[in-house]
Ligand binder design. Structure first.
Ligand code: NAP
Length: 336
């Protein structure tokens, strides 16, 4: 079978097509014939060696994928051959709190990921695909939407009528837009592109803001909410955006720390956190129980992830370049 793997050294130029033996399922395992895989910003960092420079190579990248079970090992009862499934990003986080064991079990680094024609996984590490979704759509779910779900619902307890601030129009933010609107929230979204903001409005965003034209967007959001602030910030920027997010949040509001699109290290006055009673919550994707809860909501609301661009398996490296250029709105998918 064919896989793409990062060979020899990190870098997009070292992402090479290779042949590996067909995987056989051991006891408790299944083999999934991949239908589609999707890219996250993390995958780009992983291939470039910026996520974990100590990651052993070769590595098959991509945490997210969906397909069909074609073989099952002894003792597998949760799922069966013929089931359509998606991989669980954190293979060993089934329920309860996050743990160091969970953190060491993520697909697309340190474990081999989904950019392979077949993938062997623990039967516990797959989740059934909602019937209304194609493989391309399902391949988007394991990371970005689950992260948004964890932030807004598992940790955030989002209520109808609350205000949610989203940064940019990448995978996490666009799924957060869909989920927050389905829950009856008021959504404010930022982007560097007016065209993308128009598209977000067509998807239900209530207020929009161009963060390039308004560099002091935290204060602008505060003004847009009549000085009250937002209940939740889905914080995907990191170092350069956190201060603005803290300004935009209401007293007692939550800032869900998710991403590092705008850097990792920053200096901020901690007094703003305590004076405003802010809740700064770290989020790392989500558990299988959260994934299954999200899938029920996606089914009830007939939500389809936004697949912006699809690239055939044979041209998979181009998908990484597309993501790096940042022109996408929602998700970039590789179809097998
Ligand atoms: N903690 C977790 O479990 C978890 C899970 C998923 C993702 N993440 C992290 O979350 C971040 C987003 O991931 P993603 O997959 O959604 O990325 P993505 O799809 O690549 O999103 C890129 C988009 O983010 C926007 N953006 C870039 N820089 C920005 C800035 N300074 N301020 C506001 N928006 C900015 C841009 O939107 P416009 O073009 O509209 O400006 C850009 O197109 C990444 O850092 C990723 O590693 C973390």
């Amino acid at each position: 079978m064919r896989v793409y793997q990062v060979e020899g050294a990190f870098g997009l130029e070292n992402l090479k097509l290779a042949k590996r033996d067909m995987p056989e399922p051991g006891p408790g395992q299944v083999v999934v014939k991949m239908g589609a895989a999707s890219l996250n910003f993390r995958d780009l960092m992983m291939v470039k060696g910026l996520y974990n420079p100590r990651q052993p190579l070769p590595l098959v990248p991509l945490s997210d994928g969906a397909g069909e079970i074609v073989a099952a090992g002894a003792g597998v009862t949760r799922v069966a051959v013929g089931d359509r499934v998606m991989g669980l990003f954190v293979q060993r986080w089934l329920d309860g709190p996050f743990s160091p064991e969970g953190r060491a079990s993520t697909l697309g680094g340190p474990l081999d990921g989904m950019l392979a024609e077949y993938q062997v996984l623990e039967a516990d590490g797959v989740v059934k695909t909602p019937a209304h979704l194609s493989d391309a759509e399902a391949a988007c779910l394991p990371c970005a939407p689950l992260t948004a779900w964890n932030a807004l619902f598992a940790q955030g307890n989002l209520q109808p009528g609350q205000r949610v601030l989203l940064q940019g129009t990448g995978g996490v933010s666009i799924s957060a837009l869909q989920l927050a609107k389905a829950a009856g929230a008021h959504v404010i979204i930022t982007s560097s592109s007016d065209e993308k903001l128009e598209r977000a409005r067509r998807m239900g965003a209530d207020q929009t803001l161009n963060y390039k034209e308004t560099p002091d967007w935290g204060k602008a959001v505060l003004k847009m909410t009549g000085g009250f602030g937002v209940d939740h910030v889905v914080e995907v920027g990191g170092a350069e955006t956190l201060g603005h997010s803290m300004t935009a949040a209401r007293f007692g509001g939550s800032v869900h720390m998710i991403g590092v699109l705008a850097g990792v290290m920053t200096k901020l006055p901690v007094t703003s956190i305590l004076m405003k009673h802010l809740r700064i919550q770290g989020i790392f994707v989500g558990s299988r129980a959260m994934f299954e809860a999200m899938n029920r909501a996606l089914t009830v609301h007939n939500i389809h992830p936004v697949v912006d661009q699809q690239v055939p398996f044979e041209e998979a490296p181009e998908a990484f370049h597309l993501l790096a250029r940042g022109g996408h709105f929602g998700k970039v998918v590789v179809s097998f």
